[in-house]
Design a protein around this ligand. Structure first.
Ligand code: HEC
Length: 125
């Protein structure tokens, strides 16, 4: 039954095309994560600011973010739950040390963006 086969193939092509469009976009530092950091973290984690001074954690570039604090990295590419940056912004640590300090927490979407970004390898672009 060539016509039936053809219809099935056509239906699959349409469905497969749709599935591809629904795939979540790639999450990168430059396009997704940096705007969140700028909005919620930069005021304390730029050179000379108190967060940067206290921890050595600068958030002025991808390289600085990956370098972490003066004690080492805060991001473990591929594993959000072993990344202290994620633990702090997701509110999974003691509330007195959550980030951002003394300010409104990140939205659920922003936290999820950071989680997915780290899980997918914390890529720059
Ligand atoms: C109001 C100031 C302030 C803001 C805003 C802020 N931080 Fe911090 N951050 C600090 C201070 C101060 C420290 C030093 C350690 C401490 O006091 O807990 C710190 C330390 C850190 C550390 C290191 C913790 C460690 O392991 O020692 C990380 C990671 C961090 N901040 C991430 C963030 C992220 C991500 C954001 C934005 C979502 C953010 N911070 C926003 C003040 C701030």
């Amino acid at each position: 039954m060539p016509l039936a086969v053809l219809l099935i193939v056509a239906a699959c092509l349409v469905a497969c095309d749709k599935a591809e469009q629904l795939q979540p976009q790639k999450v990168t530092y430059a396009s997704d994560v940096e705007p969140i950091m700028q909005k919620h973290c930069a005021e304390c984690h730029m050179a000379g600011k108190k967060g940067a001074e206290a921890s050595g954690f600068l958030m002025d570039s991808y390289e600085s973010v990956m370098k972490g604090t003066r004690f080492g990295p805060v991001i473990d590419p591929g594993s959000a739950i072993s990344s202290s940056l994620y633990i702090l912004v997701a509110g999974k640590a003691d509330l007195t040390i959550n980030m951002p300090h003394g300010k409104d927490p990140l939205s659920t979407e922003e936290i999820e963006t950071i989680r997915v970004w780290i899980e997918k390898g914390a890529v720059e672009n």
